[in-house]
Design a protein. Structure first.
Length: 183
């Protein structure tokens, strides 16, 4: 009776590994397979520029665009007469777009009737309107001219409409006149 409970040492066991060759294969695979998986994961994560779908926010071109300067500084020598544009040149570059055609209610160049009420307010009022903007006209007529060049353009345009304004003094001449004035 006591023999009925003892397992037979010759009974087959239920393990999938039945031979020493299979045991060696399983041991080698248990070491090699995790190493291969780790190498593949490292390659997936570390190599190649992974970006979000449709996003180029970290590309070198996008970074360079974000880092470029917002504006520039241009230094001009205003003491040189060649560097200063005439009133007619500034008019052609900035003012003619509206004043040649009368766009946005701008008085046309040479239209004495349209310029008469404006000329009655005086040169300082006209210059103030141009420097600070008026109606559809932006400050300084929206261009890149200096204050002196804008003043010359105001005189040129107003005189074409019937005004008799004198050419404004050059900034260097005005500064030297102020320095030499008696105190």
């Amino acid at each position: 009776m006591s023999d009925a409970h003892r397992p037979d040492p010759h009974d087959d066991h239920d393990s999938p590994i039945r031979t020493p060759k299979q045991l060696i294969t399983v041991i080698i695979a248990s070491f090699v397979l995790p190493v291969v998986i780790i190498i593949l994961l490292v390659n997936f994560v570390a190599f190649g520029g992974k970006q979000g779908a449709g996003s180029d926010g970290m590309s070198p071109e996008a970074v360079a665009r974000r880092l470029q300067p917002v504006g520039t500084v241009e230094i001009r020598d205003m003491s040189s007469p060649a560097a200063v544009r005439t009133g007619e040149q500034v008019y052609q570059a900035q003012c003619a777009a509206c004043h040649a055609t009368g766009a946005a209610g701008a008085p046309k160049m040479g239209d004495a009737a349209a310029w008469a009420p404006r000329l009655g307010t005086g040169y300082e009022s006209l210059l103030n309107s141009v420097m600070n903007g008026k109606g559809a006209m932006p400050k300084q007529s929206g261009g890149d001219a200096s204050d002196y060049e804008i003043a010359r353009a105001v005189v040129y345009l107003a005189n074409q409409g019937g005004g008799k304004f004198a050419e404004p003094a050059a900034p260097a001449a005005a500064a030297s006149a102020a320095a030499s004035a008696p105190k």
